[in-house]
Design a protein around this ligand. Structure first.
Ligand SMILES: [Mg+2]
Length: 276
């Protein structure tokens, strides 16, 4: 393990759930997270927060982190939903977008004035998030749009997840298999944009916003398969937080590429010992 000094790093990217708070629904800041972030700011470091969340709108996540005193500004907060919106805005000035999702991602897209959320053609982008009662009417419409040239985007990078809906507890299919099905059926197997860790787009977007090179950034996360694998693939210094106290996230078996982090810590405050 390479324990080099973090003195020269410019940007510290924190995963949110499991690192700073248990979850957005249970936003109780872990002891020492506030102190670590405050001290990093005093050292002149830039701070960013990065989550694959799309079930909760970016606005809500950003406001929560600001209220908790973790983020100094909403612009420090990046979610898969927000980055999907930004991706669409960068690709097209006035876009017509068909979204299959529950409330969070729909809210992210509906708040953009140059984006029209629609279920009528023409459609420029089809965005798939998590929807526990997804149905074939909307999947067929998405397929039709893709066959006619719409760009397909998966948001959240989830294979399946464990949840509860209308009294039913169990597993629910995520965005990735829906995009695999649509792209396969359209004769373009695997041709879709993946927005969510470990896919590079979400990291690259964040780095470009801060104008920081991967070698100047540090990622702190509690999931090897997403936070760490994504950072390692891009050459971002990665710190894996392993702690019994943290909520152990469910990780679906899509992420088979496990990467070794540069460093493992048991407590987030250990980061502060690495500035000598
Ligand atoms: Mg996490």
């Amino acid at each position: 393990m390479n324990q080099k000094s973090l003195k020269d790093k410019k940007l510290f990217i924190f995963d949110i759930e499991g690192v700073l708070i248990p979850s957005i629904e249970n936003p109780k800041v872990y002891q020492s997270a506030n102190d670590v972030i405050k001290e990093l700011r005093e050292k002149g470091k830039k701070i960013a927060f990065l989550s694959n969340i799309s079930r909760t709108p970016w606005n809500k996540v950003a406001d929560t982190l600001v209220e908790l005193g973790l983020a100094s500004d909403r612009d420090e907060v990046f979610t898969a939903g927000k980055v999907a919106v930004e991706y669409v805005k960068r690709k097209r000035k006035e876009a017509r977008v068909f979204v299959i999702s529950e409330y969070g991602l729909l809210a992210d897209f509906s708040q953009e004035k140059n984006i029209t959320l629609t279920s009528q053609k023409p459609v420029d982008f089809v965005v798939i998030g998590l929807k526990r009662n997804i149905n074939f009417t909307e999947i067929n419409f998405a397929l039709e749009c893709v066959l006619e040239g719409a760009e397909l985007i998966s948001c959240g990078y989830t294979n399946y997840y464990i949840g509860e809906y209308m009294g039913r507890k169990g597993v629910f299919i995520g965005d990735i298999p829906i995009c695999e099905m649509i792209s396969f059926t359209a004769g373009k197997k695997g041709e879709y944009i993946k927005i969510g860790k470990p896919s590079p787009i979400i990291f690259q977007y964040l780095l470009s916003k801060y104008q920081v090179e991967p070698s100047e950034a540090v990622m702190i996360g509690d999931k090897i398969e997403t936070d760490i694998a994504g950072a390692v693939a891009l050459g971002i210094y990665s710190i894996f937080l392993e702690s019994e106290e943290r909520k152990s996230h469910f990780t679906p078996p899509i992420y088979n590429e496990k990467k070794e982090p540069n460093l493992k810590v048991k407590n987030i405050s250990e980061i502060l010992n690495l500035f000598q």
